[in-house]
Design a protein around this ligand. Structure first.
Ligand code: HEC
Ligand code: HEC
Length: 453
């Protein structure tokens, strides 16, 4: 069978002439080399990321939780943030769409992408570029699959106005709903008596409160894996074998991208992502409404929900922003086993299929892309961006799958240890729940309507 590397190399080489951009990836993929330590360690500028839950004003955090679960903040009412970010579903979900993409507050209106987990957002650095030792340029960080939200507070405002999510026509209508809520007084207590009177600043404050809630409450580090690194739990034989495979730099090499450090006693040293961007050549998900149009492609960093970011001034000469097209931000794998669907387009519904894909992408092309055995969710001109240098994606197809079935099962067993809510005393994992909210205090005076800007 034709090798994905053999297939992509000449293509990339040909495009070198037309677009200077892919030359770099051709040079880099020549050797099938194992990732260097510097490569896997890069991308985590700790000065921007908030690994541990910061101490935040409890009133602000509680207000954020009220906003996060308030079903009245959509148009029409009924869809809260939590509808697509349920703790019991790995902080993801689909709002009852039955698809891998979520339904918004309007019946029959679907989003473009698989809802990401909104937990552990403090680990996500702001969007930036890193020029690696070998001259390769790597995009890192930012919220969403395409990194388009610079901060968590900014991110939180997106869903309110997204027609496929909470569908409010403008910020004013969101602020109006908050002013009419039974927790408007808590809002004023946190942000000031007049804080709901000025739309633009009130909307910003809504984002700040939700961000505070996510940082304070959604980074529990309470998985079996966390208990294990703290010395409070032992992994089963299958889980331990899975951990070893996950880290093996020459084969599965999961940790080469999904960074971790099991010998550190600090769980936050295991974010399970370096938050950089790759084109993994995930197969096209023909079940999503957007993909009913055969000419539509989700290009991640190149849109459609953003324009490609400007390259930094120290970017290697000759590189074009097109080298970013088709790349998506690596999510953390914490709570991954609870999620209903995987990858930006939700192509996979089972974790076992995800691991099988990594094990056999290069050797069993037809299993993933059909009879053509060609990548089917990226226009040909961007095939040079597909990752083929890091194991397991550098695999020679003649060598067959990287992992056998038993090894795939072991990695899945290990991934299941990343779900929060593990009790070291009983060995049982129960999905986390949000803290109970006290009844809101009644307003001291009637809520004045917010003034438009
Ligand atoms: C109808 C479903 C839906 C609703 C409602 C929703 N989200 Fe999301 N959320 C998504 C989808 C889909 C994505 C990924 C979108 C993308 O990458 O383009 C996402 C991404 C995110 C992310 C980015 C995670 C990361 O790792 O970068 C955060 C944080 C988040 N949502 C928080 C929220 C908050 C806060 C609200 C309420 C204000 C909310 N979501 C409402 C579907 C939803
Ligand atoms: C070359 C870097 C790289 C390597 C190696 C890698 N991953 Fe990933 N992983 C990614 C990126 C990037 C994504 C998101 C891709 C997308 O959605 O287009 C991802 C997504 C995932 C997801 C889906 C998460 C979600 O929330 O949808 C799982 C599960 C996963 N990887 C597991 C693994 C396992 C297990 C291994 C080892 C067999 C592995 N990865 C190796 C980069 C990598």
């Amino acid at each position: 069978m034709m090798s994905i590397r053999k297939l992509l190399l000449p293509l990339a080489a040909r495009h070198c002439v037309a677009l200077g951009l892919v030359c770099l990836s051709v040079v880099a993929c020549g050797g099938g080399d194992a990732p260097s330590a510097t490569e896997s360690a890069q991308g985590l500028p700790t000065e921007t990321a908030q690994a541990t839950s910061p101490t935040l004003n409890p009133a602000l955090v509680q207000l954020g939780q009220r906003l996060f679960v308030d079903r009245n903040l959509s148009e029409p009412a009924g869809t809260a943030c939590v509808a697509c970010h349920q703790p019991a579903r790995g902080f993801s979900g689909n709002n009852g769409s039955g698809l891998e993409v979520a339904q918004g507050s309007i019946t029959g209106v679907f989003g473009l992408r698989n809802p990401m987990s909104n937990a552990y957002q403090g680990l996500v650095p702001s969007f930036h570029f890193v020029v690696e030792d070998d001259g390769k340029l790597e995009a890192v960080g930012g919220h969403f699959w395409d990194g388009r939200a610079a901060t968590l507070a900014e991110q939180a405002l997106g869903p309110f106005l997204n027609p496929a999510e909470m569908n409010n026509p403008n910020a004013e209508s969101v602020v109006r709903k908050v002013a009419a809520s039974n927790y408007a007084n808590q809002f004023r207590a946190v942000f000031g008596a007049d804080s709901l009177n000025q739309t633009a600043t009130a909307f910003q404050h809504i984002g700040e409160a939700i961000a505070a809630f996510q940082l304070a409450a959604l980074q529990p580090y309470s998985s079996k894996y966390d208990a294990f690194v703290r010395g409070q739990a032992r992994l089963s034989d299958a889980e331990a074998r899975g951990l070893a495979l996950f880290q093996d730099p020459n084969r599965a090499n999961c940790a080469g991208c999904h960074t971790m450090n099991p010998s550190s006693g600090k769980p936050e040293d295991s974010p399970f992502s370096d938050f950089s961007y790759y084109a993994n050549a995930i197969p096209r998900n023909t079940r999503t409404p957007a993909n009913a149009n055969p000419n539509f492609y989700d290009l991640g960093l190149c849109g459609p929900d953003r324009s490609a970011p400007a390259l930094p001034t120290d970017a290697p000469a000759g590189l074009s922003p097109e080298s970013l097209c088709g790349k998506f931000r690596m999510p953390s794998l914490r709570n991954v086993a609870e999620r209903p669907a995987y990858m930006h387009n939700g192509f996979f519904r089972s974790l076992r299929d995800v691991v099988r894909f990594y094990a056999t992408r290069n050797s069993n092309l037809r299993d993933w892309y059909g009879p053509t055995a060609l990548p089917n969710d990226l226009p040909v001109r961007y095939w040079g961006n597909i990752e083929i240098s890091k194991p397991p994606f550098n695999r020679n197809p003649a060598d067959g799958p990287v992992l056998n079935n038993a090894e795939i099962n072991d990695i899945v067993a290990f991934l299941r240890t990343l779900s929060d809510g593990y009790d070291p005393a009983t060995g049982i994992t129960t999905p986390p729940t949000f803290p109970a909210l006290p009844a809101p205090t009644p307003p001291a005076r009637p809520n004045p309507p917010p003034l438009p800007n």
